[in-house]
Design a protein around this ligand. Structure first.
Ligand code: NDP
Ligand code: DGY
Length: 326
């Protein structure tokens, strides 16, 4: 479709998002928005996308063939305000020649920090401590009460040494870990800087005191952490996941935590989100669940919103997209 010089391209935004992105979009585009903090219902996305040139979406929105075909042939770009893009049907976008923008790097530090915070919360039993202070079960200082596992001298396994995995490994070093292992689809040249050793998934599970899930969710990583993998871990292993809930078979995790196959777990991501308050994992003292707040600093969220908008504007004005999913 030829763009008229007078008409601004239309963009639909699926949520109330930080102003940096919206202001930038408004300068160049005609914006309609689901201007609420709650996730947009499916029928409202389908309504909102009709005839638009660009779509600004979040990880809570499933962008599939139905959304694309409902948008129609004007749609020239999908931008997600996230680095994960497992909610976007890439092959459907590719078939239609629609590029997908995303927001790597700007949230890496924030997510790595939260991963460390969660790891330390679990390993030093902070959730149990805070609860004890509040509910009066804090009796007295006691030599063996709430003793956890330290990072000093530990072997840590990072599953997926990508941007966030690498940033987590960097932050582990000052804690005096003895070894960092990693696994993934390929060995990374950058691992020499840490250093971190490339090993098989099984060796990582077998040798690590801490196992941290930092990889993308895809068909190969779905359910990667299951009864079989938890059994291969050390009995004192602590499992952390800040990637996507789909990596974990949660029933198997519950059983592993209950039976003592592993020591404890910390999850920033679950399946589904929110995790129902009745979920068995929430009954366990050795499991800490956070509400998907890895990138939740104002700085990161502003930057994500702005980068998402820049990706969309660039695509709509025929310029190179700053961050396009390959
Ligand atoms: P990167 O693309 O830089 O890293 C992804 C890593 O996943 C790569 O190292 C890749 O390894 C690995 N990977 C992909 N497929 C497999 C596989 N089959 N087996 C093992 N490893 C695999 O992404 P980021 O580090 O920027 O982000 C990673 C993920 O973190 C995002 O996809 C997102 O889901 C999640 N995330 C969660 C946040 C939160 O709020 N909790 C915040 C931000 C991100 P290789 O290169 O060898 O293929
Ligand atoms: C992402 O960007 O993929 C996170 O899950 C949220 O920031």
């Amino acid at each position: 479709r030829k763009m008229s010089t007078k008409l601004k391209p239309k963009v639909f935004v699926t949520r109330r998002v930080p102003e940096d992105g919206i202001n930038l979009l408004r300068q160049k585009c005609e914006v309609t928005q689901w201007d609420r903090d709650e996730a947009i219902p499916r029928h409202e996305i389908l309504n909102g996308v009709k005839g638009v040139d660009g779509l600004f979406c979040l990880l809570t929105d499933k962008i599939d063939e139905e959304v694309l075909s409902t948008a129609g042939e004007n749609l020239r770009v999908v931008g997600t305000m996230s680095v994960g893009y497992d909610h976007v049907d890439l092959s459907a976008c590719r078939k239609r020649g629609i590029p997908v923008g995303y927001t790597p790097d700007v949230l890496t530090s924030a997510t790595a920090e939260l991963t460390m915070a969660l790891l330390l919360t679990v390993s030093r039993r902070i959730q149990e401590g805070v609860t004890a202070v509040k509910d009066g079960s804090w009796g007295t200082w006691a030599p063996l009460w709430l003793c956890g596992q330290g990072l000093e001298g530990a072997t840590v396994g990072v599953v997926g040494l990508g941007r966030i995995g690498f940033a987590v490994a960097q932050r582990l070093k000052p804690f005096g870990v003895s070894k960092i292992l990693y696994t993934g689809q390929s060995e990374k040249a950058s691992s020499a800087q840490l250093p971190a050793e490339y090993v098989t998934f099984d060796k990582l599970l077998n040798d690590s005191d801490f196992v941290i899930g930092c990889c993308a969710l895809n068909s190969k990583t779905t359910g990667l952490f299951n009864a079989d993998t938890f059994k291969k871990m050390k009995k004192n292993a602590i499992f952390i996941n800040t990637s996507r809930g789909g990596l974990v078979n949660q029933d198997d995790l519950y059983t592993a935590l209950k039976n003592g196959d592993i020591l404890a777990a910390g999850l920033d991501v679950t399946s589904p989100e929110p995790l129902p308050t009745s979920h068995p994992l929430l009954t366990l003292e050795n499991c800490v669940v956070l509400p998907h707040i890895g990138s939740a600093t104002l700085k990161a969220r502003n930057a994500m919103s702005e980068l998402c908008a820049r990706n969309i504007v660039a695509a709509l004005y025929g310029e190179p997209i700053p961050c396009q999913v390959k």
